[in-house]
Write a protein that binds this ligand. Sequence first.
Ligand SMILES: [Fe+2]
Length: 368
Amino acid sequence: MAETSSLNIPTVDLADLSSNDPAGIERASAAIREAFGVFGLVYLKNHGVDTQALNRYYDAFAEFIARPAEAKKPFGRADIWYQRGWTPPNTEVAVAGNGQPDFKECYFVAPYPNDEQAAMEFPELYPENVWPANPPAFFQDGIMQLGRSLHEAGLKLLRGAALALGLPETVFADFCQRAPHVTRALQYLPLTEAQVNTDIVWGEEHTDFNLLTLLPGGRFLDPSGRAAPGPDNKSGLYLRTRATAEDPKGKMVRGTAPAGCIVAQVGQQLEILTGGTFLATPHVITAPGVSGWQRQSAAHFMHVHTSTVLYPLQKFRTPEAIRNYAPPVLAGTYDIKTLVDIGLAPPSALDKLGYRHYDRLNQQRAKS
Ligand SMILES: [Fe+2]
């Protein structure tokens, strides 16, 4: 497969999108069409994310991850499908990656209050936040602030994405209102000598199932646990571009943002709504060629509300799009199905979908 380290992935200046200057908005729209149409991701500048605060948060997160597994266990909540709190190592799997579990520990929080009505309908998608006992300093405020600033940047970009497609400017932001957005901190675990240069990767190749993912940038920890530049150029985020006639598998591209920029990635929900005009980015996180190193990163996953119907919007409903994305499905149901597929929810969650009249009838028949 073709591999390249520097393709021309466009950068969008969010200041262009918050201005009312038509030239700036047109510049940003053109960049989004190219970036989301070909690569499925874009770099953002003037994003409003405080990188000093991000590093302070990573220090706090590393302190939590360094605690013994026994101390973290109460915050690993299988009963809420790990949608809040700690995800233990070897829990989540990539569907396309032969089911190999990822080498990572994570922590999920919701940066905004839940929609109470939706929480009654989808309790595992809208649980209350879970916080560790004796959290390290800045553990809570750090991730809550990070999630909110990434979300604000994402809303500006979604306005631009709608304009870029000739849609009403609030169409995607409206789908996002009170949706089950989550911010996640991730720590990729150190490889042993025996695991180095095998087919082990930190995060198997997958596409995100939400609407839009914002990535503020990560950092490496050396074997002593100190933040340091990467040990080699083998590890990091790689993306697969759209398949073409010349490149049926697409190209693998390194996803390193220019200095001062963050990354925004298209997820499956945005691909479905646009009938494939925008493309969910397949991505993989490769491990380094040396033992003992870790990597910390963070992501904010913007979702459409659980009551949204996932189906191409009218404008994109071509016969091909219908073939690819039918049947229409409720976003909350799609979320449940995907969480089962990736190993966070139990398969029995699928048995509960819809109204189970058979169970009631059987109970009634069993009565004497
Ligand atoms: Fe991802």
